[in-house]
Design a binder for this molecule. Structure first.
Ligand code: GDP
Ligand code: IMO
Ligand code: MG
Length: 424
């Protein structure tokens, strides 16, 4: 049948995990297609919080199988801890989880290289999650990487040793101290664990499901503005976070893609370095961070906060071919008197609604439209007609600018806290 895509339209942490968990019982498979344990997808089920890094967010549901696709990079140590967590929550991983044999492995030395490279960049650092993502994708495109399928080869240890030695030679250019031994023993335990999972040919796995009439939900990680190709380079991650990444990262043809569901927060956040035109440095920004509990799900770092940015949102909708939207965290703004949205930018004195080259090196001032707050909790609403008038105005304004319907309005972190507003 078809592949629907669900992905983030900002700088990550839009609430993808929550929306996948809400929607995915309608699918045979949920598949991650890129990224790795830099992701932190939070699900709150019956009041209990689960944070997933590599395992797809359909894992707690009855129906879907879950595939870690070939475009993902896997750290066996992190995956092993995640497996412990989901097993403790009652998941039968042997029945529910599948791993593509072409997914690349994050080695302990990839993580060390990530940390050494960031330290050497000083003030210009990317703000990487230090999970080894960049160095692993570098080895993939450099054709040096190790893949999940390699762990079954008789000479896996030698292959590992060869790549590790290359990394150790690279590390001599940095003045960086590290302790590899402890990381290595954990890693090999993780590799043993990985051997016990369902390792499959991801391409055949997905296409057989589609051929048999099943639907697949492709779960994005990070966000459009962190895409290696179209994001705020170099302050991006190392994978294709946009819908183009789905075909390569799962082995499905573009003709199989149907709906593209774009997730965005009612405001904007960013964690790590890099440009952020609507960032707030005042009490309002601090209030959003406080009420929204804006701390990274993977690193715990405070997230930078600012108003919603329509040039960015519209750019992301264009790139991904978004067919429907989901808005999260509007409830964080429940008590705000005034809510702003950037509609255009003044770039070096000229007004534009397009996103400039890399957003750095320009004098950018957002032009804002102001809205009166709705000043009430809307969690008990069940349809678009129920929601506060000022929230409806806010939503209608975004839809008009985006030329795309908002079908889902999230009203809190919990699984049930979501209003289907597609029917008007
Ligand atoms: P992801 O990486 O896109 O899956 O998002 P994260 O899990 O990193 O960050 C989203 C955070 O917001 C998590 O703590 C979620 O539990 C929470 N969240 C998701 N949707 C909502 C919402 O509508 N309202 C509130 N208040 N929290 C939400
Ligand atoms: P989810 O899937 C938010 C950011 C990092 C850094 C940059 C590069 O939870 O939305 P990397 O470790 O990939 O080399 O870091 O990208 N970043 C994320 N920010 N959410 C994420 O994932 C992120 N994954 C990476 O903070 O700025
Ligand atoms: Mg996250």
């Amino acid at each position: 049948m078809q592949v629907d895509v669900l992905l983030g339209l900002q700088w990550g942490d839009e609430g993808k995990g929550k929306i996948v968990d809400y929607l995915a019982n309608d699918y045979e498979v949920v598949a991650r297609f890129q990224g790795g344990p830099n992701a932190g997808h939070t699900l709150v089920i019956n009041g209990e919080k689960h944070v997933l890094h590599t395992i797809p967010s359909g894992i707690f549901l009855d129906r879907p199988l879950n595939l870690i696709g070939n475009g993902v990079v896997i750290d066996p140590s992190t995956l092993s801890k995640e497996l412990d967590q989901v097993i403790a929550a009652g998941v039968h991983v042997k029945e529910k989880l599948f791993v593509a044999n072409k997914a690349h492995l994050i080695l302990p030395t990839h993580k060390i290289l990530d940390a050494a490279s960031e330290a050497a960049k000083g003030k210009g650092k990317i703000g990487s999650t230090l999970r080894g993502i960049g160095p692993t994708y570098m080895d993939k495109t450099g054709r040096n990487g190790l893949r999940v399928g390699d762990i079954f080869l008789a000479d896996f240890k030698q292959r590992y040793q060869k790549l590790k030695e290359k990394h150790l030679r690279l590390l001599t250019i940095y003045d960086f101290e590290f302790d590899l031994e402890a990381l290595e023993s954990q890693w090999f335990e993780g590799v043993e664990r990985l051997r016990s999972l369902n390792v499959v040919s991801g391409e055949y796995f997905i296409n057989e499901v589609l051929d048999q009439g099943g639907n697949v939900l492709a779960e994005g990680a990070q966000g459009t503005m962190l895409d290696i190709e179209h994001g705020t380079y170099p302050y991006v991650t190392s994978s294709h976070t946009t819908s183009t990444g789905v075909c390569g990262g799962l082995g499905v043809a573009p003709t199989k893609i149907n709906e593209v569901i774009g997730i965005f927060k009612a405001y904007t956040t960013r964690v790590g370095s890099g440009p952020f035109p609507t960032e707030l440095f005042d009490d309002v920004g601090a209030e959003i961070a406080k009420v929204g509990h804006e701390f990274g799900a993977t690193t715990g770092r405070p997230r930078r906060c600012g108003w919603l940015d329509m040039p960015i949102l519209n750019y992301a909708i264009m790139l991904n071919g978004v067919t429907q939207l989901a808005i999260t965290k509007s409830d964080v703004l429940d008590d705000f008197d005034e809510i702003k949205v950037a509609t255009t930018y003044q770039v070096n004195g000229l007004e534009t609604d397009t996103v400039p080259y890399d957003l750095t090196g320009y004098d950018i001032t957002p032009n804002y439209t102001s809205f009166d707050g709705w000043k009430q909790n809307f969690g008990a609403c069940t349809s678009f007609n129920d929601i506060p008038e000022n929230l409806a105005k806010y939503i209608a304004f975004i839809e008009e600018s985006a030329q795309t319907p908002i079908n889902y309005l999230s009203s809190g972190p919990g699984r049930e806290e979501l209003i289907d507003i597609s029917v008007r």
